[in-house]
Structure formats: structure tokens, C-alpha cells
Write a protein that binds this ligand. Structure first.
Ligand SMILES: C[S@@+](CC[C@H](N)C(=O)[O-])C[C@H]1O[C@@H](n2cnc3c(N)ncnc32)[C@H](O)[C@@H]1O
Length: 352
């Protein structure tokens, strides 16, 4: 489906069908957004997601009037709201149409400063082409699932709530977790649990699933948790299904592949001094971002067999810091889900 048609299905904000221009109306609520997230000032909206590292994201992206950003993971709209409140225009992208509908309602007061676009951020070239924007001042990716997705049993992400074994962020496309669990062979299931779940008992889990599904199709989160619980012992630290669910979620949504694609494309859509800011929640994702920024931030590359260093053809970013930015103790206390968040930032160099 064309992005514009998908946008129509989700609905646009305040008649804001057009490309956000650089002369939007100032919106004065500078102090309303750094406290706990209550779904913005639209009071009848339920809680959706508490955005992490708010101050740090603002410090990295430096939003302001006349600036334009791609929020590739709009979710409940918390980070988008920060940028909008600072006067910037935001192209708000999410592959979950439920998320975008929520963010659209929440951010309606910003009119055409906010442009919701239902899309996968890895398809950013289509997004930019369809809305006619060449480059932006910043791209934010806040990877992973939202609290809403995790907490809604019917989305199938949670082993602690019974629901259909779905786990698709984009509910209108692709295979569900139930499809994988019932159709993939033991070897492939084992690979998913080993590589994406980093589960030590991946072999046992895959074998138990293949044996259980011969008796009865595995269609719910409860069924899958029980199968896993029968072969991986519960510890006080975590539920035995934790890593199995993580692995399946990553596979269902091709999370690592889509992240890699987006990172590779990002530099083409950033202005000079434009900022790429990526928040991750586990080491598999963080490693991808860290290695990408390392490879693209070295002006020269050297190999022992070369007589001298050569210009790095992938050089695109300068790094304000090589270290990831992590939440303060205070933030973690208020929002335990922020515990494993890491923010990495690259600043686009001018074209050479
Ligand atoms: C952690 S939440 C983002 C929360 C958001 N920053 C906020 O302040 O509410 C991640 C969101 O990104 C979306 N998402 C994850 N991967 C995506 C992708 N490849 N393309 C588009 N959206 C994606 C999910 O559907 C989810 O809504």
C-alpha cells in the first residue's frame, strides 16, 4: 500500500496532510513534557509509554524552530512531543498503526507541525520520497516495543498475560510468532532462540516445541510459556520464557535486519551537522549501533598489509562521545523499564 494511502487509514493530524513546512506556529509548553508521561495534555488518553532519556535526547537532537526531524519510532508520541514542544517539525513514523493513531490523537494540538506516517523506518527512502523531504536535522530511533505493546495481552508479546501468539508490530503484514512456532523446523527455532534470544537452553526449547505441536497447535502465549516452563527451570531472576519470547519477537519483526538497514540509509537523509540518535534496550541491538558508528566515524582506515592508511569511504559521522549514554539512577527509579536503555549519537559530517 502507498504510504499516503496508509496515512489516510490512520488519519492525519489537524488537517495536516501536507509536508510540514519550516514556519510552523510556536507552541509554548516548555515545562510540560519532562515530568512523568501521562499521554500529553490530552487528558482522556490512557497511559501508553514512558519515553526514556528525555533530557539526553533533547540535548543530543537540539530541536528548535525551523528544524525538522524524523522520529522513526513515534510509539506513544512522547519523544515526538518533546521535539514539537521545542518548535520543531516532526515526521512521526511507526509500523504499528495503533501506535500512530494514539500519537496522532495526542499530538493533534500541534497541527501540521506533526506528520504521522505509517511505515517501517527501514523504508525511510520511501517515506522521504513520498512526502517530498530531502534531508532532516535529526533522526531518532527508539528501538524495541512500547509498554502498550507489551502490556496488551491481545498483541501477544507478553508471557505473563495470555493472548494470541502474535508479536507483530505491524499487524497487517508478515508471519506471526504462532506461524514460526508451528511451522519452522527444530533447527531454525533453535537458531532463533540461540541468536536472538541468547538462551542457553535453546536446543531443549526447540525440541520441546516441536514435540508439543505434534499433539496440539501452539496458538497462545500461555501454551508456549507452559511448553518452555516444562524444560527450562524457573529461577528467581527471571521467567524461563523471557529469552524465548525475546528471540521470537526479534525474528517476527526482523528487528536487527531492519535496524541495520535504517542505520545504513540514515546518513543520506541527514543535513550536515544533522544528528542520528539511537536508543536500544539490549546488547544485540546496541552492538549493531556501536559497530555502525565506529565504522562510519573513522576518517581513515588502516590494515597491516597497507603501506599507509586510506580514506574511509564510509566516513559519515563524528561522535560526540564513544560511550553510550545511560539513564540516571533517578530515571531508573521512576521507570524500571529504562534500566537497560542506551543512547548512541552520531553527528553527520558535511559531504566531502
Ligand atoms: C520503544 S517504542 C517508542 C516509544 C516512543 N519513543 C515514545 O516516546 O512513546 C518503539 C516503537 O517503535 C515501533 N517500531 C519498532 N521497530 C520499528 C520499525 N522498524 N519501523 C517503525 N516502527 C518501529 C514500535 O511499533 C513501537 O511503537
Amino acid at each position: 500500500m502507498a504510504l499516503s494511502a496508509m496515512a489516510d487509514e490512520v488519519g492525519s493530524v489537524g488537517g495536516g496532510n501536507g509536508v510540514p513546512d519550516r514556519n510552523g506556529k510556536p507552541v509554548q509548553q516548555p515545562n510540560s513534557v519532562l515530568g512523568p508521561d501521562r499521554g500529553g495534555i490530552v487528558e482522556d488518553l490512557p497511559f501508553y509509554h514512558e519515553p526514556v532519556l528525555k533530557r539526553e535526547v533533547l540535548a543530543a537532537l537540539k530541536p528548535g524552530f525551523g528544524k525538522q526531524f524524523l522520529d522513526g519510532t513515534t510509539g506513544g508520541g512522547g519523544h515526538s512531543e518533546l521535539l514539537l514542544t521545542a518548535g520543531a517539525h516532526v515526521i512521526g513514523c511507526d509500523q504499528d498503526e495503533e501506535a500512530l493513531a494514539y500519537a496522532t490523537a495526542r499530538l493533534g494540538r500541534f497541527g501540521d507541525q506533526f506528520l504521522p506516517v505509517p511505515a517501517n523506518f527501514a523504508d525511510m527512502e520511501q517515506v522521504f520520497e513520498e512526502i517530498g523531504v530531502d534531508r532532516v536535522d535529526g533522526i531518532l530511533l527508539d528501538i524495541g516495543v512500547s509498554s502498550h505493546q507489551l502490556d496488551e495481552a491481545r498483541r501477544g508479546f507478553s508471557f505473563s498475560k495470555d493472548g494470541p501468539l502474535d508479536m507483530r508490530m505491524n499487524q497487517s503484514a508478515g508471519q506471526t510468532a504462532a506461524d514460526l512456532v508451528n511451522e519452522e523446523d527444530e533447527e531454525e527455532l533453535g537458531r532463533i532462540f540461540r541468536e536472538y534470544g541468547e538462551e542457553r537452553s535453546w536446543r531443549k526449547a526447540a525440541r520441546a516445541i516441536v514435540s508439543a505441536r505434534k499433539k496440539e497447535k501452539i496458538e497462545t502465549t500461555k501454551q508456549l510459556s507452559e511448553v518452555i516452563g516444562s524444560v527450562i527451570p524457573k529461577t528467581s531472576a527471571r521467567n524461563p520464557a523471557t529469552k524465548i519470547f525475546q528471540g521470537l519477537r526479534i525474528a517476527v519483526n526482523d528487528e536487527l535486519g531492519r535496524l541495520e538497514e535504517a542505520l545504513e540509509k540514515s546518513a543520506d537523509y541527514l543535513l550536515a551537522d544533522g544528528v542520528l540518535a539511537v536508543i536500544t534496550f539490549h546488547s544485540l541491538e546496541d552492538r549493531i549501533v556501536k559497530q555502525f558508528l565506529r565504522r562510519t566515524s573513522q576518517p581513515y582506515i588502516d590494515r597491516p598489509e597497507w603501506p599507509e592508511p586510506k580514506l574511509n569511504p564510509d566516513y559519515r559521522f563524528n561522535l560526540p562521545s564513544r560511550k553510550a549514554i545511560q539513564p540516571s539512577e533517578e530515571e531508573i527509579e521512576g521507570n524500571p523499564r529504562a534500566r537497560s536503555a542506551k543512547l548512541r549519537v552520531g553527528v553527520r559530517i558535511g559531504d566531502q
